[in-house]
Design a protein around this ligand. Structure first.
Ligand SMILES: Nc1nc2c(ncn2[C@@H]2O[C@H](COP(=O)(O)OP(=O)(O)OP(=O)(O)O)[C@@H](O)[C@H]2O)c(=O)[nH]1
Ligand SMILES: [Mg+2]
Length: 196
């Protein structure tokens, strides 16, 4: 099971709150520097990834190296990955996407979701994190834009894969936890936690 996302999206925070592992979290992007593996149950390993994308204060060369390492890990382990959870900061999604669009770049979150969908032959679970950081209207608009960009016209296919959450307040985490549990159980894994 892998957790992907941009630097500072809250990957490690979600792992801490949902899975209960004592992983390192931090205020500055780049807290998780290596691909960390944690055994969860028989045959099931949890992987906390460093951030994918660009970080202002990390040299371009180092970040490119990190990005290549993440892509290589995902592609070369695709057949062994039981589940991917992509974590993004939904409170700034539209703003960040708009800024990238001006430079003709696609959103890193959309890019990663396309890669995961292709490599794993299924849409990942998405933790749309940090819903506490903007008002409901902004979050709803960002969720709609995100759904449109990743699902195209076929909303219904992916709607039940997207979970608005806050690792800070705990909002929505129960639903995400249930979805993780259900997907893993459907694939024959035992999870270390019970569904509620
Ligand atoms: N307000 C708010 N802050 C959050 C939330 N989730 C995480 N954070 C904060 O965001 C920062 C980054 O959290 P991490 O969990 O370390 O993020 P990460 O994606 O693992 O970051 P890297 O390892 O650097 O890629 C920390 O200061 C967290 O406390 C949330 O839902 N709301
Ligand atoms: Mg981290």
């Amino acid at each position: 099971m892998v957790f992907t996302g941009r630097p500072n999206a809250g990957k490690s925070s979600i792992i801490r709150e949902v899975i209960g592992l004592d992983v390192k979290i931090g205020k500055t992007p780049g807290t998780t520097k290596w691909i960390h593996e944690y055994p969860l149950s028989k045959g099931l390993i949890l992987v906390d990834m460093p951030g994918y994308g660009r970080m202002m204060w990390v040299s371009e060369r180092l970040q490119d190296k990190n990005n290549r390492r993440i892509i290589y890990f995902l592609k070369s382990n695709a057949s062994r990955i039981a589940l991917a959870v992509h974590v993004l900061d939904i409170s700034t999604f539209s703003e960040v996407t708009w800024r990238l669009g001006k430079k003709n770049f696609i959103s890193v979150d959309v890019e990663m979701i396309q890669l995961l969908t292709k490599a794993l032959s299924e849409f990942p679970l998405v933790a749309a994190n940090k819903i506490d950081k903007a008002n409901k209207a902004v979050i709803d608009a960002n969720l709609e834009e995100f759904t449109q960009q990743t699902g195209g016209s076929d909303y219904s296919r992916i709607e039940n894969c997207i979970f608005p959450v806050s690792a800070k307040t705990g909002d929505g985490l129960g639903y995400l936890k249930n979805a993780i549990h259900e997907r893993l159980v459907a694939k024959g894994y035992r999870t270390p936690f019970k569904s509620h």
